[in-house]
Design a protein around this ligand. Structure first.
Ligand code: SF4
Length: 832
């Protein structure tokens, strides 16, 4: 939404948004009858278009037609835009087809179609008549099953006069209902154009970052910015984005983060900007599970009191929230409770009128929770500010991977078969048959997978193994694995077909027993199967593996594992969205550019140096020990000695990163059997540390100066990120090894994939991610201008050219030898 002049406000809205804003009433729509989002919907539409194209009665077929029309009132120009699904001629009749995908039983669709879908179709129909010059047409509201392609077509005749009247009435009503919000937008723009930066001075590098962010906003370009700790990157990205928004260049800003703590940092930065005169309505989105007021109902929308009559009650709840500037669970939940509306849906609805949305990455990139209302329409001009962007590639791979657990199959089977917990269908043979079929499908499929899993432990010569048992076309050469892991790049014939039978059988149980009290595990499995099928049908290609592996706890998992999510992630962000990816460790760029699917020519990059004085940090790389797996036992005594030497030069707090828990165990045994000073405090991370335990570990750093504390942690785990030990709380970091992730069949297959794609498999699968962990670990040191301390890297690979190239230039790393050399350098540093 944008303001163009003092007297006339320009509003943009999608056809869907306009129809929904005006026509929604009653309760929330069911998640399984209410439509299909994202790729599954697109594929369903495509199949329907193909069917239309093959229909002999159809001529002049046009699909995805962009249409727009303005409504002009006294002070407002409302531009309504959208893409009509399809239009064509059937004989002499002009036909506008509005296509909706659905899941589940067609009998559950609203009789006569959803009112909001008809309204959408009528808005498109009006614009189409303007485009073609026709006087009348036929509107077809078409529901297509995403699972079976079953198609239900509802038809209505319409003429120009009635559609024109409908368009004007709808637009007028919308303009009236948003008058106060538009006044807010005008006031916001005036305030934010005039407002100054939040602080008296700019930090080193901050101005350069702000300038480049502003360039991206103005050109809707892409910026990849490596901005070290201390630059103040949160506010340096928000400030120019808000200025661009105030000047009508951007409608909405998304600030996307990886963790709750970084979301809080963004909210704090906005508070500082408000204190400096900015007017910013921002919402921090939280997951449905954390906001839900009736978790036991598992979104049974017919029973949840916050879902029924949602649309009738939500206007008042929205009015209450519009008065706020910073919307978060603390003020959202009381409003939701007072007006008896679902807080999660309320948060999404109010986000449509927020200037900034602070959210996890998944609200933009995850195909399951991506916000269709923001990213599915073309009418918004958006900016994405992606914080801690080095985490995005790995997170995106998770988002595009699908899994089914063996234990879920057996648990649901047990539920369906157990006398006490099975759905009550006494004396109802047809319902009993539904339950029995679902149970049989489940156990049959579980047993087939269990046979695949069991065969992995059999010798190769004993007969067919692994996925060959599912599909004889898959041979040993198509698979790679161990006794607890097997992977193939091929989807066995019939796998998805069989799984969709299981899915449909479970769906029938879900629909037949909506009030069954034990249905929650079944629903979980049903949704997992739906996503598995969706990924299998719409995504599986050479960037995927089908895997079966055993978790630590013993459970088996069948997975569609994404090796590279760059393409789908890129597709989920439309062209014309300004994007800024930033982090303190977006290095090396050769690693991140392809993983974010950013073409080098279209991306601006910015590599900023640390704002802190280089003399406050000493970086040493000792090359006398090999930390390769085969050499670890042998080098352990020397490594222990190097650590001890480094931390003995000054009393203080130190953090030592070991390459793995196994190594940490060896290191601990070695330290405890040698004569480390008794007055030093030693602390060791343990596997599976809880949040309170982690907090307790970090609290120990609040005491410093009187005695030495050496804390040992594992690289890449709990203490690599989100640890901010300023001042004297941390004066030295030791990293043992090069951070390489452990060798695993999965990662080796990822290496093969990158070898094929970029010709540098080992580096992409192991070296670059490993070194990124080293950068993160080293980044725990020097968090403010006055911090001082040393980083000691221990591994002889750091003397190799390929590793030397990875070491940041500004570190001015000194390559040193053994304990005496280390002691001399550190003594000199502390003496300075
Ligand atoms: S309150 Fe909870 S159960 Fe009810 S609709 Fe919202 S999320 Fe679903």
């Amino acid at each position: 939404m944008a303001c163009t002049s003092e007297s006339t406000v320009q509003l943009n809205i999608s056809v869907r948004g306009l129809a929904e804003a005006q026509s929604r009433s009653g309760g929330l729509a069911g998640t399984y009858y209410g439509g299909v989002d994202g790729l599954a919907g697109i594929r369903t539409h495509q199949r329907y278009f193909e069917m239309l194209a093959a229909d002999e009665r159809v001529s002049q077929l046009a699909t995805e037609q962009s249409l727009s029309e303005s409504y002009i009132s006294e002070d407002t120009r409302l531009l309504v835009k959208g893409r009509a699904d399809a239009w064509f001629y059937s004989g002499d009749d002009l036909v506008l087809a509005e296509v909706k995908s659905f899941r589940g039983d067609a009998a559950r669709l609203p009789r006569g179609g959803e009112a909001v879908h008809w309204d959408q179709a009528k808005l498109y129909a009006y614009m189409l008549l303007i485009l073609t010059g026709n006087e009348k047409l036929v509107i077809e509201l078409t529901y297509v099953s995403a699972e079976t392609d079953e198609t239900i077509i509802l038809k209505k005749d319409a003429d120009f006069a009635s559609l024109e009247s409908f368009f004007h009435t709808t637009c007028r009503s919308f303009v009236e209902s948003t008058r106060s919000l538009r006044r807010y937008l005008a006031a916001r723009n005036d305030a934010n154009k005039a407002a100054a930066f939040a602080y008296d001075s700019l930090r080193k590098g901050q101005k350069a970052l702000m300038r480049r962010v502003m360039d991206s906003m103005l050109s809707t370009g892409i910026l990849l910015a490596n901005a070290p700790t201390g630059i103040g990157k949160t506010i340096a990205t928000l400030y120019p984005a808000l200025k661009a928004q105030a000047n009508g260049k951007i409608d909405r800003i998304f600030y996307l983060t990886h963790t709750t703590s970084t979301r809080l940092v963004a909210a704090d930065a906005l508070a500082d900007l408000r204190a400096a005169g900015f007017l910013v309505r921002a919402i921090t989105l939280y997951a449905k599970e954390s906001l839900c007021l009736e978790p036991d109902l598992f979104c049974d929308l017919k029973r949840c009191p916050y879902a029924v009559e949602y649309y009738d009650r939500v206007p008042e709840a929205l009015s209450a929230l519009y008065r706020l500037q910073a919307i978060n669970p603390d003020n959202l939940l009381p409003v939701a409770k007072k007006h008896r509306v679902c807080p999660f849906e309320l948060s999404l609805d109010v986000s449509m009128w927020c200037d900034i949305i602070i959210a996890d990455y998944n609200y933009c990139f995850d195909p399951r929770v991506r916000l269709q209302r923001h990213f599915g329409d073309e009418h918004e001009v958006m900016a994405l500010l992606v914080d801690e962007a080095h985490n995005l590639p790995a997170r995106a791979r998770e988002m595009y991977s699908a899994r089914i657990r063996f234990s879920d199959l057996t648990n649901v089977y047990t539920l369906l078969k157990s006398n006490e917990q099975a759905p009550p269908c006494e004396g109802q043979p047809s319902l009993q048959a539904i339950v029995d079929i679902a149970a049989e499908q489940l156990i049959a499929w579980h047993n087939r997978l269990a046979a695949v899993a069991a065969s992995l432990a059999e010798p190769a010569e004993s007969g067919p193994r692994g996925f060959t048992l599912l599909d004889p076309q898959i041979t040993a050469s198509d698979m790679a694995g161990t006794e607890t892991f097997v992977a193939t790049r091929r989807l066995p014939d019939h796998l998805l077909h069989v799984l969709s039978r299981v899915y449909r059988a479970l769906g029938l149980v879900v629909e037949s027993f909506p009030d069954w009290e034990h249905k929650m595990p079944l629903l979980h499995l049903w949704f997992d199967l739906a996503f598995f099928l969706r990924i299998g049908l719409t995504q599986f290609n050479d960037t995927y593996l089908l895997t079966l592996n055993r978790e630590n706890g013993g459970d088996w998992l069948l997975s569609l594992q994404c090796l590279d999510a760059s393409e789908p992630m890129c597709r989920s962000v439309a062209d014309g969205i300004a994007r800024v990816y930033f982090s303190a460790t977006l290095s090396p760029l050769t690693f991140f550019l392809p993983q974010l699917s950013l073409p080098q020519d279209d991306v601006e990059t910015l590599m900023l140096p640390s704002p802190f004085a280089g003399k406050n940090r000493l970086v040493l790389a000792s090359d006398v020990c090999s930390i390769r797996y085969k050499d670890r036992q042998e080098s352990l005594p020397l490594v222990t000695e190097l650590i001890r030497t480094a931390v003995s030069r000054r009393t203080g707090n130190y953090l030592v990163f070991a390459p793995s828990f196994a190594y940490l165990k060896m290191l601990r045994a070695r330290i405890e059997s040698s004569s480390w000073p008794a007055d030093w405090d030693l602390m060791f991370q343990t596997p599976g540390m809880s949040n309170p335990a982690r907090a307790g570990f970090l609290n120990r750093f609040n005491t410093y100066g009187a005695k030495t504390l050496v804390a040992f942690a594992v690289i890449g785990s709990l203490f690599n990120e989100g640890v901010d030990l300023t001042g004297s709380r941390l004066i030295g970091v030791v990293v043992v090894g090069t951070g390489l992730p452990g060798i695993s069949p999965e990662r080796t297959l990822m290496g093969e994939y990158y070898q094929h794609r970029l010709g540098d498999g080992f580096r992409f699968a192991y070296v670059y991610p490993g070194f990124n962990r080293v950068l993160q670990a080293a980044g725990r040191l020097i968090r403010s201008e006055t911090d001082r301390g040393f980083i000691l890297l221990i591994d002889d690979r750091y003397k190799r050219d390929d590793y030397r190239q990875l070491l940041p230039e500004e570190w001015q790393t000194r390559h040193v030898g053994g304990a005496a050399d280390i002691a001399a350098h550190i003594d000199e540093f502390w003496a300075d």
